[in-house]
Every structure is written in structure tokens, then in C-alpha cells.
Design a protein around this ligand. Structure first.
Ligand SMILES: *Cc1c(COP(=O)(O)O)cnc(C)c1O
Length: 376
């Protein structure tokens, strides 16, 4: 990890932990295959780096949201590795997608007939996945339209259906009744396509009973260390470490105010450290007067508002000398998980991860702070 650093924060991404998380999910859902969801630049962690690490761990199937993401990632992956576009294709993008060897998800009858047409024009059977809306009310084909597609001889001969999929709305809440309802709907619809591989589960779904795993699991956040559900301890290895540098420490007199809008008044004389990361680096403004950073085993509350490039924390609990300008404080690490800081911010690990800005000194290596902590 960079010791000096030229920015206010440093972000380390442990690719070994991502590979370990992949293996953990794969072992849990076997014989189902695990595909990796690397949309949004692998949840902000770097799609090319993450995809390479996962490929070395045995992953042969990757999902992104948009064709643009797939086109950017395609050259980084060998041709025999499948790349699937979850959001489907806008009209007119079919030839581009087909030529690049990318598999679209067909989310509507219109998308399905356009893809069949593109296949006929190209003279090749083109691969596609088919998405059913089993109750999320977002993307996908309604059950009724699926039956007519199953019976459509032109579509079936033009398109090589490699997967039928659906998406769970409540997989992070294992006891939610919607899970069983979506599973039943999905199984009934998938039976219209015998022999086509089935995919229903995301990270949360991987930790539901085996029925939910079907043939393919699409794992995202759990690969990146996020908790797959809200009900049991997180079994995943932490992936992200985020530290910020103390720029300056000032003593503020009792009654003195801190930051924009004077949203914090010091009740007693306080030592206030300014650290060099802010909302432009993906730390939500909602952490103002709520969250904390950690140093020397001490929780140091965020006081005042989150600024664009800095945050102020109360370090009075640490004697002078235990924290000084130039020291690093932990924002995500052994004392504060990605889910914990997300909770403090009133959001979820997904949004924290995808917000982590481009302004950090970014390294890919073993999670040093976690190892240090374990050894201590
Ligand atoms: C994002 C996404 C996933 C991955 O979800 P996680 O909860 O991050 O595992 C899986 N399937 C679809 C359709 C998605 O959009």
C-alpha cells in the first residue's frame, strides 16, 4: 500500500479476497455455476482488474448492465468467456452486440424479435438470455408473453437461448414471502423452455435454500465483501480498505463551531482533525454528525458537515501524540465494515461501493490493516 500518497485518501482492493469470496459462494451453491456481476465498474472496484482475478479463480461468466460496459470489458476477456448485458439492448445496437460476441438479456417481446431478426440477417444463431418478471416489477417479460415466445418457431430457430433468468426483489430478507412466490412463478415459466439453464439468485439468493440456486447464480455485492443478507453474520471476506489522511488538527474552544452551517458546536474544548476526503470521494453528506473514523482503536465521531474534500472528526479522546497531522484514519477496515458505514450514512453497501470516488490513491493488494489487526 502507498505509504505517502498524493491524495487525501487511499483505497486498497484485495483481489485475493474477491477470489476467496467467489470460491465460498461457488462451494455453497455447487453444482450451480457462479457468474460474476461486474456492472458499474465492478461496483466501483475496477471491472478489468476484478474480472481478471475472478477468471483466474475459475469464473467463466460475467454480467454487466449496459452494452457500453460489455464492449469495454470484452477485450480483457478471452472469447470463450461469456459476457451478458442485463439491461438488454437499445434498438439498433443488435449488430454491434452480435459482432462483439456479447450476449444480451431479452427483456421484452420487442427485444426478442429484434434479436431474432439480427440473427437471421447475420445468418448465424445468436446467443441470448431471456428474462422473466417473476414479481419484481422492473425488467423482464410477463409470464403470458413468455408462452408465446416459447411457441414462436422463428424465434426458437434464430436464437440460441443460453439462459432463462429472473431477479429476486427480497433475497436479502430470507423470510420474506415474496421469495417463495417468485421461485414458484419462475419454475413454472422456465418449464416452457426445457433444457435451457436457469438463473434466479443474486448474492442474497445464494444464501437461500438450494432450490433458489437453479443452474446459475449471479453474484455481485458478496464478491466485494458486502453482506448478502440482513439476518445472519456476514460470511464474506472484507475486500475494501479506505483510509484518509489527517491534514490538520486544531483546538477549538468550548462553544466554538465546526464546519459549514455551524452544524456542530463543541461542548468543551475539543481537538478537531480535518481529514482529506469528502463527498466528492463518495463519502455521503448524510455522514455529517453521524458517522465516525477510527484510529488507534478509538472511534472518532464525524462532527459538522461533510465537505466536498474534507471531513472533520473529534479526536479529543486521543492524547496529543497518538494522532498527528499526516496520520491515517480508517473509514472502511477492521473496525468499520462497508455495511457499518453504509448504515451510518442511511444507505447500503452497494451505494457506498459504487460511490467510492476516482480520487484515491488506489492499490490492489492484500488487506494490510485487516492482517495487522488479526496479528495484533
Ligand atoms: C445487480 C444484479 C445482480 C447482482 O446482485 P447482488 O445483490 O449484488 O448480488 C444480479 N442480477 C441482476 C439482474 C442484477 O441487476
Amino acid at each position: 500500500m502507498v505509504v505517502g500518497g498524493i491524495n487525501g485518501g487511499r483505497l486498497n482492493i484485495d483481489l485475493g479476497a474477491i477470489a476467496a469470496n467467489y470460491r465460498l459462494i461457488a462451494a455453497r451453491v455447487a453444482p450451480a455455476e457462479v457468474g460474476a456481476v461486474v456492472k458499474a465498474d465492478a461496483y466501483g472496484l475496477g471491472a478489468a482488474e476484478v474480472a481478471q482475478a475472478l477468471r483466474r479463480a475459475g469464473c467463466r461468466l460475467f454480467f454487466v448492465a449496459h452494452l457500453g460496459e460489455a464492449l469495454a470489458l470484452r477485450p480483457a476477456l478471452p472469447a470463450d468467456i461469456s459476457l451478458v448485458v442485463l439491461n438488454g439492448l437499445p434498438p439498433g445496437a443488435e449488430a454491434l452486440c452480435a459482432e462483439a460476441g456479447i450476449t444480451p438479456v431479452l427483456n421484452s417481446s420487442e427485444q426478442a424479435s429484434r434479436w431474432a431478426e439480427a440473427a437471421q440477417e447475420s445468418g448465424k444463431r445468436l446467443p441470448a438470455a431471456l428474462q422473466l418478471d417473476s414479481g419484481m416489477g422492473r425488467l423482464g417479460i410477463a409470464t403470458g408473453d413468455l408462452a408465446s415466445l416459447a411457441a414462436d418457431a422463428r424465434f426458437r430457430s434464430a436464437v440460441d437461448l443460453v439462459m432463462i433468468m429472473s431477479h429476486l426483489a427480497c433475497a436479502d430478507t430470507p423470510g420474506h414471502s415474496a421469495n417463495a412466490a417468485q421461485l414458484a412463478c419462475f419454475q413454472t415459466a422456465a418449464a416452457l423452455f426445457p433444457g435451457v439453464r436457469r438463473a434466479l439468485a443474486n448474492s442474497g439468493g445464494a444464501f437461500l435454500p438450494a432450490d433458489f440456486h437453479a443452474d446459475i447464480v449471479r453474484a455481485g455485492v458478496a464478491l466485494y465483501g458486502g453482506a448478502p443478507n440482513r439476518t445472519s453474520p456476514n460470511p464474506m471476506q472484507p475486500v475494501v480498505e479506505l483510509e484518509a489522511r489527517v491534514i490538520q488538527i486544531r483546538t477549538i474552544a468550548a462553544g466554538g463551531a465546526v464546519g459549514y452551517g455551524h452544524s456542530h458546536y463543541c461542548e468543551r474544548e475539543s481537538r478537531i482533525a480535518t481529514i482529506g476526503v469528502g463527498y466528492a470521494d463518495g463519502l455521503p453528506r448524510s455522514l455529517g454528525n453521524r458517522g465516525a473514523a477510527w484510529h488507534a482503536g478509538e472511534r472518532l465521531p464525524i462532527v459538522g458537515r461533510v465537505s466536498m474534500d474534507s471531513i472533520t472528526i473529534d479526536v479529543t479522546a486521543l492524547a496529543p501524540g497518538r494522532i498527528e497531522a499526516g496520520d491515517w484514519v480508517e473509514l472502511i477496515g477492521p473496525h468499520q465494515s462497508i455495511d457499518a458505514i453504509a448504515d451510518d450514512a442511511g444507505t447500503i453497501s452497494y451505494e457506498m461501493l459504487t460511490s467510492l470516488g476516482a480520487r484515491y490513491d488506489r492499490t490492489y493488494g492484500p488487506a494490510t490493516a485487516y492482517h495487522r489487526e488479526k496479528a495484533a
